[in-house]
Write a protein that binds this ligand. Structure first.
Ligand SMILES: Nc1ncnc2c1ncn2[C@@H]1O[C@H](COP(=O)(O)OP(=O)(O)OP(=O)(O)O)[C@@H](O)[C@H]1O
Ligand SMILES: [Mg+2]
Length: 353
């Protein structure tokens, strides 16, 4: 697999950042968590470690156990086995208040529906130990940060799901967290609001906050996070850097339609770094796997050979296909092991047999 020099530079930066951080004690340390509901193992030996300033993605399909793990980390439920340390202290019993410096929420956070967003935040600010004199300013700042200032006087019962989600984030920010645990913080947001929340969370991490953020969205985790843990049916199927996962990802898959698919297929057999096979789809076409350089070379060669390119569609992004493979929701496109072993510029044989 060929990786551009800019991608390599980004990955090197990420590795350097991790090396710098490796000497810093973890802000979040989750070890060997097990949880059963009835005879069903919902979490089986889940561990993760997040250092200050690190954005850690928790990724998995519906029912994987993300919210259950978040609940355990927030002390809302007890695990059957394992431990959680936040900011060096063991997680307390579920009846104790959340430790200072820790904030977050699971699912859609709950508020008094008949009170305004501003009033809800004011009440929450009073429950915390922080100084009384700056409460009002902290509430206004939190509302501002999540873009709710102009709608802060509406009763929460009139809030949309996205507005409630933003209010939940504002409530977490009120605590000036050093550990922030967010369960799908962008799931109900429109694209613009989701982008703002991502920028906000990224800014917090840059200021040293350790963040765990759960998501279904590989693209979101890829964009935001330095590290990720992928869980499926309560088991960790990947844990490590986003850059390292990217190195294991299979080449992207494309579908092309040309004026002469037969000739286009023949032409592909002479091109390095590209695998092509006829598509099984009703409308025909060819399936292509290869990196951008190989694809560029191929499309230019098609033109030179007098074969017109009628359409080119990207099927899945490569990390998405790896996620689908890791979580078993789809037939593998290429195994991580074979992708890692493939020589530079070549697509592993399992990707397009
Ligand atoms: N209180 C409960 N009692 C029984 N089973 C539960 C309970 N809470 C969660 N589960 C089960 O545990 C599994 C994991 O649920 P969880 O909510 O943690 O998944 P998730 O990864 O957050 O999913 P989603 O992406 O849909 O939010 C599911 O099968 C769910 O049905
Ligand atoms: Mg969930």
């Amino acid at each position: 697999m060929r990786i551009s020099s800019s991608t390599r530079a980004l990955e090197r930066d990420a590795i350097d950042r991790h090396a710098d951080r490796a000497s810093v004690p973890p802000a979040i340390e989750v070890t060997g968590i097990r949880k059963r509901y009835g005879d069903r193992a919902v979490l089986a030996d889940v561990s993760l470690l997040v250092r200050p300033g690190c954005l850690h993605g928790l990724l998995g399909p519906n029912g994987a156990g993300k919210t259950t793990l978040m609940r355990i980390m927030l002390g809302l439920i007890q695990p059957d086995a394992g431990s959680v340390h936040l900011l060096g202290a063991p997680s307390r019993a579920t009846t104790d208040p959340l430790a200072e410096g820790v904030a977050g929420y699971v699912d859609t956070p709950a508020f008094y529906p008949y009170l305004s967003g501003r009033r809800n935040l004011s009440l929450l600010a009073r429950l915390d130990d922080g100084p009384a004199w700056d409460r009002r300013a902290r509430v206004e700042q939190a509302l501002e940060q999540v873009g709710l200032s102009t709608r802060a006087d509406i009763a929460v019962s009139g809030y949309s799901a996205g507005m409630r989600q933003r209010l939940g984030l504002a409530a977490a920010l009120l605590r000036s967290p050093r550990v922030l645990l967010l369960d799908e913080p962008t799931s109900s947001l429109d694209p613009g609001a989701a982008r703002d929340v991502r920028a906000l969370v990224k800014g917090l991490a840059e200021r040293g906050v350790a963040v765990v953020l759960s998501s279904h969205d590989m693209a979101e985790v890829e964009e935001l996070c330095d590290e990720l843990t992928v869980i499926n049916h309560g088991q960790v199927v990947y844990s490590g850097g986003v850059g390292e996962l990217r190195l294991r990802a299979p080449a992207a898959l494309y579908v092309v339609h040309t004026s002469d698919d037969h000739a286009a297929h023949d032409l592909s057999s002479r091109r390095r770094g590209l695998k092509v096979r006829p598509s099984h789809a009703e409308e025909g076409g060819l399936e292509l796997a290869g990196d951008t350089d190989a694809l560029d070379g191929y499309t230019i060669a098609l033109g030179q050979a007098g074969i017109a390119l009628r359409s080119l569609e990207r099927r899945t992004r490569s990390l998405e296909s790896l996620f689908l493979e890791l979580t078993g929701d789809r037939e593998p496109v290429a195994s991580a092991a074979s992708a890692a072993a493939a020589p530079d510029g070549e697509v592993p044989s399992r990707s397009l047999a």
